[in-house]
Design a protein around this ligand. Structure first.
Ligand code: NAP
Length: 292
């Protein structure tokens, strides 16, 4: 079994990005600028955004954090989105999700200029990704693809089972694993109403678990030699930790790992790659790689 080290891979990619940024700036080019909108004080969102700012520093990007309190109105948020769309200095930006219930997330996403949508959530990017056109691919699926490539894992023609069908992970992951130029796999997507989920998993060469149910994937669901990618990050109470919680994956790591050819840990697997993919998208936005 080989452990897929997302932390080390992400560090390597960030160093590559930083070198490219250094060359761009040395050549008189513009330093890429990522902005982030954060609403409220949710612990998870605070951590994600803080890590994104740290990653920007590591890559040599300029970053801006724009904060709103939980009671911000939809109109106020839309006004800020418009301001960022019109700001030529901002190459890309994200609106950290989830947003408070009184705000229509889709309306906010639709208002983002797709040319600055480095999260890849705008329907233009989702649609272009679906038909294989250059675009911002959402960070978590892009990070997983990158891990599979960098570890030389063969995906073409292999059976890939994806657990979960969310817009940010399961669906785009399925699209990418299916497409010839990316995964080129035979893809099955399972969700909470799937009746043959266990059987599908048992036949899979590659399992990508993104459901948010700690320890859901057990050894009896995994065939010998399978590749297992664990996207799940659920906060579970842990009195031994200073924070009072730990991050738990969707895979029962200790019993599944010995059966795998490759497996990602939680934490240190997909998580760091997600942020690093956002950095890759920001670099592409700065270089106007997909859109003028
Ligand atoms: P989500 O929007 O809640 O979607 C969960 C999906 O899992 C849904 O499609 C749901 O099915 C399915 N599901 C839930 N319980 C299931 C069960 N018992 N059996 C089969 N399918 C089940 O979650 P998400 O945003 O995709 O995130 C999934 C997990 O990945 C979470 O733990 C999240 O924290 C983590 N995540 C990690 C990263 C990272 O960077 N590491 C990034 C994004 C997300 P239905 O559609 O039928 O409801």
């Amino acid at each position: 079994m080989q452990l897929i080290d997302g932390k080390a891979t992400a560090a390597q990619i960030k160093a590559e990005i930083a070198e490219e940024v250094r060359q761009i700036v040395a050549g008189g080019g513009k330093r890429p600028h990522l902005a982030a909108i954060l609403v409220g004080h949710d612990g998870g969102s605070e951590t994600y955004v803080k890590n994104k700012v740290i990653a920007c520093e590591a890559c040599g990007f300029k970053s801006s954090l724009i904060r709103f309190e939980e009671d911000v109105t939809e109109d106020e948020l839309l006004a800020k989105v418009k301001e960022l769309n019109d700001d030529d200095d901002v190459d890309g930006y994200i609106v950290q999700l989830p947003l408070p219930k009184h705000i229509d997330e889709q309306k906010i996403i639709m208002a983002i200029d797709y040319r600055k949508d480095v999260d890849g959530f705008h329907p233009v990017n989702v649609g272009r990704m679906a038909i294989g056109l250059p675009c911002f691919i959402s960070a978590t699926p892009l990070g997983i693809l990158t891990l599979l490539r960098r570890y030389g894992i063969e995906t073409s023609g292999r059976k890939c089972v994806i657990l979960g069908r969310s817009n940010i992970v399961g669906k785009p992951m399925a699209q990418l694993m299916m497409q010839k130029q990316y995964g080129d796999s035979t893809v099955t997507v399972c969700h909470s109403h799937s009746k043959t989920l266990k059987e599908e998993c048992r036949e899979a060469d590659i399992i990508i678990a993104a459901i948010g149910r700690p320890d859901f994937v057990t050894a009896d669901m995994v065939k010998e030699g399978a590749v297992v990618i664990d996207v799940g990050t659920t906060r579970v109470t842990d009195a031994t930790r200073k924070s009072g919680f730990r991050l738990n994956g969707d895979v029962k790591f200790d019993e599944v790992a010995p059966k795998c050819s490759f497996i990602t840990p939680v934490p240190g697997g997909v998580g760091p790659m997600t942020i690093c993919s956002l950095m890759k998208n920001t670099l592409a936005a700065g270089k106007k790689e997909y859109y003028k």
